[in-house]
Design a protein around this ligand. Structure first.
Ligand code: GSH
Length: 217
């Protein structure tokens, strides 16, 4: 399989699909392209008319949306184990993943993912409300799975792939969270997929002005 992604420092949607593959030990060709460049759009256009990354290419199938890619990996490569086994847990995992996919717009706009940076930022009330809700989700899941492996649903799931880029934003902008959510952040930062992603992101010094926000901390 091949995964077309944008710059690791900035591309939060790409990171979801990448950690989903990496954390599950699934081999793939990492095709990283310079966001917004002609070559970036050329690579995507070979497989998708959407003009956005990530795109997963598996033989003659192309999947061009991060959540759809995670679903595809779970179905085709993990025998459905990308989601919790229990149907009720699975429903909650799907709900929080969908909430992430379609929401938290203020936080996403005000705090672009910028893995290598440490910034201070003045947040709107809407972004603060997004943060409070995310903290509530993480803390609830950590409480429910005390003694497990500190992923949101015990073991690594699609829900973690969806929230990991938000962890990166919280770290960059020094966003304070509850003790339980801090446990989740530390779990994410210690995971092999995130360590590998951050190491690669640190090697790229491209600056994308539209994804730079806040003041140097
Ligand atoms: N819904 C898509 C959104 C993907 C997305 O917006 N990707 C950004 C990069 S992080 C992109 O490709 N932007 C290029 C553009 O907007 O021209 C997903 O979840 O995969």
């Amino acid at each position: 399989m091949e995964l077309i992604i944008g710059n690791k420092n900035y591309s939060s949607w790409s990171m979801r699909a990448w950690v989903m593959l990496y954390e599950n030990g699934i081999g793939f060709k990492d095709n990283e392209q310079q966001l917004f460049s002609a070559q970036f759009y050329g690579e995507i256009a070979k497989h998708s008319g959407a003009g956005k990354v990530p795109v997963l290419v598996d033989g003659d199938v192309a999947v061009w949306d991060s959540l759809a890619i995670c679903e595809y990996i779970s179905e085709q490569h993990l025998d459905g184990k990308g989601w919790p086994e229990d149907a009720r847990e699975r429903a909650v995992a799907r709900a929080v993943s969908a909430e992430m996919h379609s929401g938290f717009i203020a936080l996403r706009n005000e705090c672009p993912m910028n893995c290598r940076a440490k910034r201070t930022i003045v947040l709107s009330q809407a972004a603060k409300a997004d943060i409070a809700r995310i903290d509530e989700i993480w803390a609830r899941q950590m409480e429910k799975h005390t003694g497990d492996k500190d992923w949101l649903f015990g073991t690594f799931s699609v829900a973690d792939a969806m929230y990991i880029p938000v962890v990166m934003r919280f770290v960059t902008y020094g966003i304070e969270v509850s003790e339980q959510s801090m446990r989740y952040i530390n779990r994410v930062l210690a995971s092999s997929s995130v360590v590998a992603w951050l190491a690669a992101a640190a090697e790229d010094n491209t600056i994308i002005p539209e994804d730079e926000a806040g003041e140097e901390a």
